[in-house]
Structures are given as structure tokens and as C-alpha cells.
Ligand binder design. Structure first.
Ligand code: PMP
Length: 361
């Protein structure tokens, strides 16, 4: 049957997310499992978000607002932009796919850092475009000159993930500006800021400030600091003309009503955001200390996870941890076979991870 399939799909490996807790419990017969594999918020959603969705249960038979009116109003106010500069998606994953659908044709080239989020490869390849992965430097920071140098007349899109998944490193303001001013202005630059709220480096730029002057699309999500991963809601910010074209390939009811009200409530609960950030800072301190005691090199992170060199085969470390009820991500999927990526959890989860990790090393 493969003859029915478009050529580009033959070599396309599906995007495989972190293993769900229930699957690990089922398969390994475990009762206690913790997941530090998908960069979720370990303290969950704000109470206000939960309350907002509960109130909506009687409206389950009504289609959602396809224009996300209330959510766009709230976002526009928070970001000091117009609602026309916003698109809301079924997670920022969907917006990555929509960007590829809207702007990529067969034979186009896309530039992305490597290692980085696999969805960029997935979305571009489905559209028959080719992705050129530009390695980060040996300390996993961006090589802006190499990204610029990779541009050819065929380049149509560039992904910049900052803070970058899986390394937690970021693209400094001067480097971003160098890229934006050096490349042709018909290349869509997607700045994926899924972990924006955790970043506190002084020279970490806010991508939104570039949308008027450059063909920049900034992606953010409610799945991380806002703790709403199950609802699937993320957004893109760009010049209104770009938003107009991305909207042409969007399904009419792509964001469900529960996601919309939960996101509006989450934006209003700054206290929960600060609390979530604090949990990550505490987790960071605890894990960094443990890695230092173990003599392991970790990459200082601007996100809610850390990339650490176990100096062992990370697949084996993963399997051993899995059998002890701890789910993490291996670095081999990112081309770094000795590294693992660990999400900062609650204090209890972090302590469990450290205890089990020490034993399996
Ligand atoms: N971008 C990056 C860099 C991510 O790590 C993730 C989540 N794994 C996403 C986008 C997608 O987030 P969501 O679809 O949940 O909004």
C-alpha cells in the first residue's frame, strides 16, 4: 500500500512524545510512577483555570468560539498588541504545522538548530520541504553565524527555539538581531518561546518586539508554566498579514472551549505563575547540586528541564529508571547518546529522581 503514500512520508519517523504514566504502570506492573519527561508543570493548573472549565461542563454540546475572542482580548492586553496579531492553536504544535502548511512548498529549505524540537522536522517534511539542521556550538549555545551561513535562495523558514528544547540554552538578543538583520526578509523566522516564562537571563530577548519590523512568528504555550498541557492550547504572535495567511489553513474550531476559558483564567492568575516558577528554581538548585556531587556535566538551563551528560548509554539509564518508576527522556533521540533530559518536578519527585538516578548510574 506504500504506493498510495506521498514520497516524503516514506522516511518520516513519527514524532514520539514522552511515555504516559498510565502506560508505564500497565506495561511494567508498577503502582508508583513519576514523569519528568515532557516539561509539564508539576503543581498543575491554577485553581481559577479548573473552576472556569467546571463551569463550562453544561455547555459541552456547543461548538467553541472559532475566533477565541475572549482569549485573544486577554492576550492582546497582556502583550500590548492587537488581536489581529494573534493566532490560537491546539497547542503550539498545531501552529508549527499550520506554519508549514501555509508557507512551505516542495523543495523549499528550512533551517533549524540541532539538537532541537523534533516537531520542526516533522512539520516541514510532511510538506515535502528539506530541513537543514545547524549544530549548536559545543557548549550547546547558538551558532548565529552558522545559521546565517546556511541560508540559500531556497530557504523559506528558520526555526529558533529559545530557550531551546532539549538543551535549555537560549539565543541572546544580539545574536537574534544579527540573524534578523542578516538574512533576506522573505524568510519566515519562527521563534519558539514555549519556555519563555522561565527565562530570566539578562540578554534574553522578547521575540514579540520584532513582529512589526521582521517576518517573525513568536510561539508560546499554555502547556508549560500555566499547567494546561491536557487542554492543548498555544498561540502565535506575528504581523497581521502573516496571521491572515496562517488563519487560512486553520480548522474553524481548532481550540476547544475548555482550553479557551482555562487559558483566560490562567493569564489572570499571576500568583500561580510565580509559584510555578519558584518550584522550577528550587528543582534546579536541587538537581544541579546532585549532578555536581556526581561529577556530571549539566547545561545551565533557562527552562523547566535540564540536559545532563550521564557519561553512560542514556538508553540504558532510561530503561533502568523506567523500571524504578521514573520516566525521563534520552538524549539519543536528540543525537546526544550519553545525555538525558529531566524536567524539574515537585521536591518529592526531584528527590525520588535523584535517589533512583544515583542507584542506576
Ligand atoms: N515547542 C517546544 C520547544 C516544546 O518543547 C513544546 C512541547 N514539548 C512545544 C513547542 C509544543 O507545546 P504545545 O503543543 O503543548 O503547546
Amino acid at each position: 500500500l506504500s504506493r498510495f503514500v506521498r514520497n516524503c512520508l516514506h522516511d518520516l519517523k513519527p514524532y514520539v512524545p514522552g511515555k504516559p504514566i498510565e502506560e508505564v504502570k500497565r506495561e511494567l506492573g508498577l503502582t508508583e510512577v513519576i514523569k519528568l519527561a515532557s516539561n509539564e508543570n508539576p503543581i498543575g493548573a491554577s485553581e481559577a483555570s479548573k473552576e472556569a472549565t467546571r463551569k463550562l461542563l453544561d455547555n459541552s454540546h456547543i461548538y467553541p468560539d472559532g475566533n477565541c475572542y475572549e482569549l485573544k482580548q486577554a492576550l492582546a492586553q497582556k502583550l500590548n498588541i492587537s488581536t489581529e496579531e494573534l493566532i490560537v492553536g491546539n497547542g503550539s504544535d498545531e501552529i508549527i504545522k499550520l506554519l508549514a502548511e501555509a508557507f512551505l512548498n516542495q523543495g523549499d529549505e528550512v533551517i533549524a538548530p540541532t539538537p532541537s524540537f523534533s516537531e520542526y522536522w516533522f512539520a516541514a517534511t510532511v510538506m515535502n520541504a528539506t530541513v537543514k539542521g545547524i549544530p549548536l556550538k559545543s557548549d550547546f549555545t547558538y551558532d548565529a553565524d552558522a545559521m546565517i551561513g546556511a541560508v540559500t535562495p531556497k530557504t523559506k523558514m528558520m526555526f529558533l527555539c529559545s530557550p531551546n528544547n532539549p538543551t535549555g540554552t537560549y539565543l541572546a538578543k544580539t545574536e537574534l538581531e544579527k540573524i534578523l538583520t542578516s538574512i533576506p526578509n522573505d524568510i519566515v523566522v519562527v521563534i519558539d518561546e514555549a519556555y519563555f516564562e522561565y527565562a530570566d537571563a539578562q540578554d534574553y530577548p522578547d521575540g514579540v518586539q520584532y513582529i512589526q519590523d521582521y517576518p517573525v512568528v513568536v510561539l508560546r504555550t499554555f502547556s508549560k508554566i500555566y499547567g494546561l498541557a491536557a487542554y492543548r492550547v498555544g498561540y502565535g504572535v506575528a504581523h497581521k498579514d502573516l496571521i491572515h495567511y496562517i488563519n487560512r489553513v486553520r480548522e474553524p474550531f481548532n481550540v476547544n472551549s475548555f482550553a479557551q476559558v482555562a487559558a483566560v483564567a490562567a493569564l489572570a492568575d499571576e500568583k500561580h505563575v510565580q509559584q510555578s516558577k519558584k518550584v522550577v528554581e528550587d528543582g534546579k538548585a536541587l538537581l544541579y547540586k546532585a549532578f555536581e556531587e556526581l561529577g556530571l556535566t549539566y547545561i545551565p538551563s533557562q527552562a523547566n528541564f535540564v540536559f545532563v551528560d550521564t557519561k553512560k548509554d542514556s538508553k540504558q539509564v532510561f530503561t533502568k529508571l523506567l523500571h524504578r518508576g521514573v520516566i525521563i527522556r534520552t538524549g539519543d533521540i536528540f543525537g546526544q547518546p550519553t545525555y538525558i533530559r529531566v524536567t524539574f518536578g515537585t521536591q518529592k519527585e526531584n528527590e525520588t529522581f535523584i535517589k533512583e538516578f544515583r542507584e542506576v548510574l
